[in-house]
Design a protein around this ligand. Structure first.
Ligand code: TNX
Length: 521
């Protein structure tokens, strides 16, 4: 099948030359419908203006973000000007709210490129933002550079009608094992939203670190936030820091899912407060890899639930998104009865603070399915129960470790040690692309599958260069599985489109892995 026949739905007529891979067909994730018009080309020039729907602070803000990409590399002024509705597109780039095809929903958009104009139309700001990400990818990769580049800045002609297959397209960052600063997280947000990721799961607590300030519990961050894997100094987010991440995410239509892991993966809290331990003695800080010697909160002490009420209450108060993630993975030293006791308390606390519970698959073996969202990650014997809960009202997000874990090595030798783990196997780019949410968890109710997530655990990852290397180019593979229609799923097409991202990442100074599986230009 030609790329065009894969990209165009049955019945749509392809332009005669559509089989040629034009750059309109190089967007990742693949759009739902692409109709190239090789006869037309829009050129961004010194006079290009970005027009935005008037009386919309969102459209204006998105227009300014687009101008912020275009100005440094093109050297053009690129004014951003709100305008009232017009009958015929103004010459320039228009970001228009309202009047898009209803089928594009809240996150989709239409993009029309002619010789004189680029028009992105969406029903909601999130769709406009998604359309701008596609427009960036229609321009040469050098447009992402922060210094003046040569051009020409052509946008291929045609029409795109695009919307997501799944509502949940997540990325997870583990800021507990190695701390990442607000700037580092914002950099990651910039990278992932270019691929239409719309959830950022922040793994804020674990054995090795507690990364979020909680009023009334200062030692969590003073002690629990002081170190990380390897024992080096680390840090934590103050309330202002966390708000800065949330605000940065909000402006990019990205929902933050904060995770407070428990009852296991909690040594940082146990080291900070002696009273959270059953024996009343604080654990030593743990800076190794793997489970700490006694990494479980004390199930039968009331203080444990006062602590969780304070922590979850604070997180819920700060976070605008619908979820609080309570972890619940790998509770190896907790009996099943104690695990259930803990989770039943926790789910009441989450509900009391007005949020929906999210947790790793095991949590769903005991929580109320009707009010829970589970994250599938491993075939460890809990998967059948997790699948069953979807028939009782639970929803699920798919993050199969063997395909979507960004902390696994690509090959036995890439990256060089010590970066990357091996326990879930090697995950080259083609492997990351070789699965589908509909079959990865047998027995699941299809309509309960919200989407996908790609987690980046950071036991071995300690810098943004490491983050870049592990996430790129695998993260866009998972993003595409979450966004693009199944009919577009095609390795040959994907690897070609991914290759076209290389120069963009060069311009963005992303330290990506030049996988030999990809025909980089
Ligand atoms: C398993 S995935 C864990 C994490 C580790 C990861 C390393 C999951 C729910 N638990 O605690 O960081 O493996 O790949």
């Amino acid at each position: 099948a030609s790329l065009a026949s894969v990209l165009l739905p049955a019945g749509a007529s392809a332009a005669p030359t559509a089989a040629e891979p034009t750059s309109m067909q190089r967007i990742v994730p693949a759009p739902a419908v692409v109709q190239p018009n090789p006869a037309a080309t829009y050129q961004v020039g010194p006079g290009t203006v970005v027009f935005t729907s008037w009386r919309s602070p969102d459209a204006l803000q998105i227009g300014q973000q687009l101008a912020g990409v275009l100005r440094p590399s093109t050297g053009y002024l690129i004014p951003v000007i709100p305008v009232p509705p017009v009958d015929r597109p103004l010459p320039g780039i228009s970001l228009t709210l309202g009047g898009a095809d209803p089928q594009v929903g809240d996150e989709g958009y239409q993009l029309d490129v002619t010789d004189r104009s680029v028009v992105i139309r969406a029903n909601k700001p999130a769709g406009l933002f998604a359309g701008v990400q596609s427009l960036r990818q229609l321009l040469p990769g050098a447009v992402e550079a922060r210094s003046r580049q040569a051009g020409p800045w052509t946008v291929p002609g045609g029409r795109i009608v695009d919307y997501p297959r799944y509502q949940h397209r997540g990325a997870m960052l583990d800021v507990a094992r190695h701390f990442l600063t607000v700037k580092d997280v914002q950099r990651y947000i910039d990278q992932i939203t270019l691929y239409k990721i719309n959830y950022l799961h922040l793994h804020l607590t674990d054995e090795q670190g507690w990364r979020i300030e909680i009023p009334g519990w200062p030692k969590l961050t003073q002690i629990g936030g002081s170190t990380q894997v390897g024992g080096g100094p680390a840090g934590y987010y103050t309330t202002a820091d966390y708000r800065a991440i949330l605000e940065y995410a909000r402006k990019r239509y990205l929902t933050v899912v904060p995770e407070i892991d428990g009852p296991a993966h909690s040594n940082a809290a146990l080291a900070s407060y002696a009273e959270l331990n059953c024996d009343g003695k604080a654990q030593p800080l743990f800076t190794g890899v793997g489970p700490a010697p006694n990494g479980t909160l004390c199930i039968n002490k009331p203080i444990t639930y006062k602590f969780l009420d304070d922590v979850i209450g604070r997180i819920a108060e700060l976070t605008p998104g619908p979820y609080v993630d309570v972890g619940g993975d790998e509770s190896i030293s907790t009996t099943p009865a104690d695990y259930a006791t803990y989770m039943h308390q926790v789910e009441q606390i989450v509900a009391k603070h007005g949020k929906r519970l999210m947790g790793w698959g095991a949590a769903l073996t005991v929580t109320n399915p009707a009010t829970s969202t589970g994250q599938f990650w491993i075939y460890d014997g809990t998967e059948d129960k997790l699948a069953q809960t979807t028939h009782e009202g639970a929803t699920v997000v798919m993050s199969p470790c063997v395909f979507s874990y960004l902390d696994m090595k690509y090959t036995p030798t890439v990256p060089a040690d010590p970066l990357g783990l091996r326990w879930a196997g090697y995950i080259e780019v083609q492997t990351a692309y070789s699965w589908d949410p509909t079959w990865v968890l047998p027995g699941v109710l299809d309509s309960a599958v919200l989407g996908v997530e790609t987690p980046l655990w950071t036991e071995t990852v300690s810098s943004v260069a490491d983050v870049d290397f592990m996430a790129f180019p695998r993260l866009p593979a998972i993003a595409e599985i979450g966004w693009s229609p199944l009919a577009t799923h095609d390795w040959a097409g994907f690897s070609g489109r991914l290759a076209a991202q290389g120069p963009r990442w060069d311009a963005m100074r992303v330290n990506y892995y030049r996988s030999p599986q990809i025909p980089w230009p």
